[in-house]
Design a protein around this ligand. Sequence first.
Ligand SMILES: [Zn+2]
Length: 211
Amino acid sequence: MVNAYLVEEEDGLTLVDAMLPRAHKKILAAAETLGAPIRRILLTHAHGDHIGSLDALAAALPDAEVLISARDARFLAKDMSLDPDEPQEKLRGGYPGAKTRPTRTIAPGERVGSLEAHAAPGHTPGQLAFLDTRDRTLYAADTYSTLGGAATTAKANPRFPLPAMATWHKPTALATARAMRALDPARLAPGHGKVVEAPAAAMDRAIARGA
Ligand SMILES: [Zn+2]
């Protein structure tokens, strides 16, 4: 139901997202199988199913960097305020916060190893997606879900409505889905559901259904 990814870099691994609580052992075991240390914990957004095991992982990996956008870092610290220039919509989905603070915040355009950060607001105000510049895999966070078929989070997929139900501002989410499509990824690696190879047609259909 919930994905995390271990991205190989020359100095070790970047973990993309921290799943639900109590997933840390599984994540650490997966890194051990790969035989490389987790150097960075990179969070796409501050929902509870993406940061659930952050505190346990940070405790187990005291030297790892913890990275998230400055905007969603506020939710980690339980600051639930909206900025005056943001749509004044109700925040949706669970924001449990965490004890762990980011060691550094990431802005769109910055690189984390081979991963290029892209603004992906809508699902949350400060969500980021990450494009691997080596093979154009898009770590798409909750811009798309592929569980029950590829869908944007701008409109509920009846077979898996949760990501859309947890989306803050649907028009922004739809604009972000279009921006992700324009990146022309070779592979779509969503927060929920299977990885999709050559996802252009699936993304186009999802955008058409989400509009
Ligand atoms: Zn989410």
